[in-house]
Design a protein around this ligand. Structure first.
Ligand code: ATP
Length: 262
């Protein structure tokens, strides 16, 4: 396996800096010496097949697991040493659905806002603005269980943005959604990078969610095989596409594209 490094200059502090991180479940090592940086205000894709270690990495970044070897910094704040400061700057959408189905959209969101110390009036204003932005303002008082999978995902995205984090992590946010919902959610998140200047770290196993102008971190069997601008990574591999580059680097014959729900 080759390791292609195609980073351009990264301004400091990085939105996310992962340095020599390892993780094992018992005897099984699932992350090996993982290092990369994400510059602020960029859409960066974490590309890896199922089992590559994406969720484990997200669990370390969000401090669900302690980082036992290596360091993770969010805008310069070490997640182990300054978890409060680091986590305040982070919004996260997990792969598994996490809304309380018996509560309304408003109740799910206002509960999260109060956890972040956002006052009621301010919370209502932010909830309405964000739901409007994401095309869900007509569902404010509906029970979460009455929403479609794509609508639940949108509410989870709103929830992750309520405390206005400059870094947003999404773990396979489009899994299980139909092709139209996938495209809409991806477009909404890309738009947030442009309009609000937030940094997004988007984990996926689907090659068609990657664009040439994105930055990509390719994770395979717990190792970073490449990181940098997609077109630079493709060129460094002598490939014609990111799918071909992924196959060359990983030795995997074919990579899922994601034409329908995956
Ligand atoms: N709690 C756990 N205990 C033991 N092994 C685990 C645990 N969680 C994950 N693993 C293993 O760690 C490896 C990485 O899993 P992880 O879920 O981080 O990958 P992933 O890239 O997110 O894949 P997926 O998209 O399928 O969730 C896999 O081999 C998985 O079986």
């Amino acid at each position: 396996m080759q390791h292609v490094k195609a980073n351009d200059a990264v301004s400091l502090p990085a939105a996310l800096d992962v340095s020599a991180v390892n993780h094992s479940y018992g005897q099984k090592q699932v992350l090996s010496d993982v290092s990369f940086s994400i510059a602020p205000g960029r859409f960066t894709v974490l590309l890896g097949l199922n089992g590559a270690g994406k969720t484990t990495l997200f669990s370390l970044i969000s401090h669900l697991y302690n980082t036992r070897r290596g360091a993770i910094r969010i805008f310069g704040h070490d997640i182990s040493r300054e978890p409060g400061e680091a986590l305040r700057l982070l919004g996260i959408v997990f792969q598994a659905r996490t809304l309380d189905l018996d509560l309304s959209v408003y109740q799910n969101l206002s509960y999260h806002a109060s956890l972040h110390g956002i006052g009621r009036r301010e919370a209502v204003s932010r909830i309405k603005t964000l739901l409007d932005q994401i095309g869900m303002s007509d569902r404010l008082y509906d029970k979460a269980r009455s929403l479609s999978g794509g609508q639940m995902r949108r509410v989870e995205i709103v929830r992750a943005l309520l405390h206005r984090p400059p870094l947003l992590l999404l773990d396979e946010a489009t899994v299980g959604l139909d092709i139209q919902s996938r495209a809409e959610i991806l477009a909404t998140i890309r738009q947030l990078v442009v309009t609000d200047g937030i940094s997004v770290f988007w984990a996926t196993h689907l090659i068609d969610e990657v664009e040439d102008s994105d930055h990509v971190v390719i994770l395979h069997k717990g190792k970073v095989l490449a990181d940098g601008r997609v077109d630079d990574v493709v060129q460094s591999c002598g490939a014609n596409s990111i799918g071909e580059a992924f196959a060359t680097l990983s030795g995997v014959a074919s990579v899922p594209a994601g034409g329908g729900s995956q």
